[in-house]
Design a protein around this ligand. Structure first.
Ligand SMILES: *[C@@H]1O[C@H](CO)[C@@H](O)[C@H](O)[C@H]1NC(C)=O
Ligand SMILES: *[C@@H]1O[C@H](CO)[C@@H](O)[C@H](O)[C@H]1NC(C)=O
Length: 492
């Protein structure tokens, strides 16, 4: 037979295949998390507007605040919400109630994931000594209720996971990775639910924690290929930490038979203050590599060409986050006044000099600061007022590596007084400090150390909510802390 006719056959066959099995190229999605443990908060509708202007398609909040869920209605932005305590979903009834209140009540909001707890393997099982079984049950009750009420196709009940929370320590290459022995059984149960529902496995990943704890070559966490460090694994070459961590999870999942489970990075970011290496230059460099990498669908050595959705952490700083590790208050892309801190192209095209659009409609308080009048002969009294101010407002920029770590003691005290004063929306009675405070109009900021001016009271948080919320996120903080310690035991 002629080659022509076999060629025609092949072309026809190719057409038939394409018609029968269209190749769906799905691009990775870039989302943004929005933590809200702060005295001033952006108004939810303002945030939706901000995300739309910056073409962000996905968002994740850490709780189930009605005003936020409602504000996302009609925006077509996918929204992930959270159940803070897995024990709150301990029956079909509680799951159904949650769905009624938070999902069915807002039909025009596109809910994507219901995240149960925050890194529960780490914070619940290890830190709080609560059985991980509660988490497994919560996932099952929630997904079952979602399926029965017709939401299961679109909405998945999931948990988030951190490297040191669920994987065995001391690995030197991704293929060595496996889940901790005591988690293998419960995670397998969760993965069964995931398989039946086509749910992804979510990982939270904070690269700066790895740099500082492992003392690894800092370039290895960035995507600009400037690191001379590489890891070889069965013929695969790992040139950055992201691929290493992603494929470690993947290897561990494969060992539990979850070869097809998709991985989504539910939190990844770079902080800008309060820690060595936490600054705007590094954050800009990090995102300039990360976002185009995500959108390129380049994938990783074990899964080349596959999209990896990521959630950039976070939209704004959280000045009331428990400050166990000072950088946990400085994840924001935006300052509290709505101005972006650095260039970041949230559309993922890696364009230079792209500042995201500003949040609109935020007003600053007048240019007034509270400083230490340097009258303190009684050092004990000064220390007492300094400590008091820092205990009640945010002093994490003074921490080693922070943007204000170069201040002398007197300036330190001024910084603390000002933070306290601004936190109280410049109420003059909050600048007394037993006769040591003084309101001034010259800006005391210097050398990259900014003495901020608060924004006008916007969505002031309700105190009770703040307390409950702070508590919950304490787990995340404790989790991060554990990540830092356990990191000495893991990899490299
Ligand atoms: C990274 O750099 C190495 C040489 O150091 C080069 O072989 C490799 O192609 C580079 N990769 C990319 C993605 O640029
Ligand atoms: C300023 O305060 C920070 C945070 O409490 C502390 O680490 C630093 O040593 C202080 N600097 C001086 C000069 O006292």
């Amino acid at each position: 037979m002629s080659t022509l006719s076999s060629m025609i056959k092949m072309i026809v066959l190719a057409y038939v295949l394409v018609i029968l099995f269209p190749i769906n190229v799905i691009d990775a999605k870039i989302g943004v998390t929005w933590g809200r443990i702060s005295s001033t908060q952006l108004v939810p509708s303002m945030v939706v507007d901000l995300l739309l202007q910056n073409k962000v398609e996905e968002a994740r909040i850490f709780n189930d605040d009605d005003s936020v869920i409602e504000a996302f209605g009609g925006s077509n932005i996918g929204l992930s919400i959270g159940v803070s305590n897995p024990k709150d979903v301990n029956s079909s009834t509680t799951a159904i109630d949650f769905i009624q209140d938070k999902i069915a009540a807002y039909p025009s909001t596109k809910i994507r994931y219901v995240v149960i707890g925050s890194m529960p393997a780490l914070s619940t099982a290890k830190y709080l000594n609560e059985p991980f079984d509660n988490v497994v049950k919560a996932i099952k009750f929630m997904q079952e209720a979602l399926n029965e009420s017709g939401y299961g196709e679109k909405i998945k009940a999931v948990i988030t996971n951190s490297f040191s929370g669920v994987l065995k320590p001391n690995i030197t290459k991704p293929s060595d990775a496996e889940f901790l022995d005591d988690l293998k059984e419960p995670i397998t149960e969760i993965l069964d639910v995931y398989k039946q529902n086509d749910s992804p496995f979510l990982i939270d990943f904070f690269p700066i924690a790895y740099i500082n704890a492992y003392n690894i070559e800092p370039n290895y966490v960035f995507f600009d290929n400037k690191s001379s460090y590489v890891i070889h694994d069965n013929g695969f070459i790992y040139t950055n930490l992201f691929e290493f961590v992603h494929d470690s999870f993947l290897s561990a999942l494969c060992k539990l038979g979850a070869n097809k489970t998709k991985i989504v990075v539910s939190q990844i970011g770079w902080p800008t203050d309060g820690f060595p290496g936490a600054n705007v230059v590094a954050a800009e460099r990090f995102y300039k590599g990360l976002l185009p990498f995500s959108l390129s669908n380049k994938g990783t050595p074990l899964r080349p060409g596959r999209p990896i959705d990521i959630y950039v952490h976070s939209l704004t700083d959280e000045k009331q986050n428990p400050a166990g590790i000072p950088f946990t208050r400085h994840w924001g892309i935006f300052m509290s006044n709505g101005e972006p801190k650095y260039n970041i192209d949230l559309s993922g095209q890696g364009r230079d000099e792209i500042f995201p659009n500003m949040a609109k409609g935020i007003n600053r308080m007048p240019s007034r600061w509270c400083v230490y009048n340097a009258d303190g002969k009684d050092t004990e009294k000064v220390m007492k007022e300094f400590t008091f101010a820092c205990a009640n407002a945010d002093c994490t920029s003074l921490a080693p590596g922070g943007s204000c770590s170069m201040l002398n003691f007197r300036e330190n005290v001024s910084y603390a007084f000002n933070m306290y004063f601004q936190y109280h929306f410049q109420n003059e009675s909050m600048c007394k400090f037993d006769g040591l405070g003084q309101v001034v109009v010259e800006n005391p900021s210097r050398n990259g150390c900014v003495f901020p001016v608060e924004t006008v009271k916007g969505n002031k948080r309700n105190k009770q909510l703040a307390a409950a919320y702070g508590n919950k996120r304490l787990h995340v903080d404790a989790a991060l802390f554990l990540v830092l310690i356990s990191i000495f035991l893991v990899l490299f």
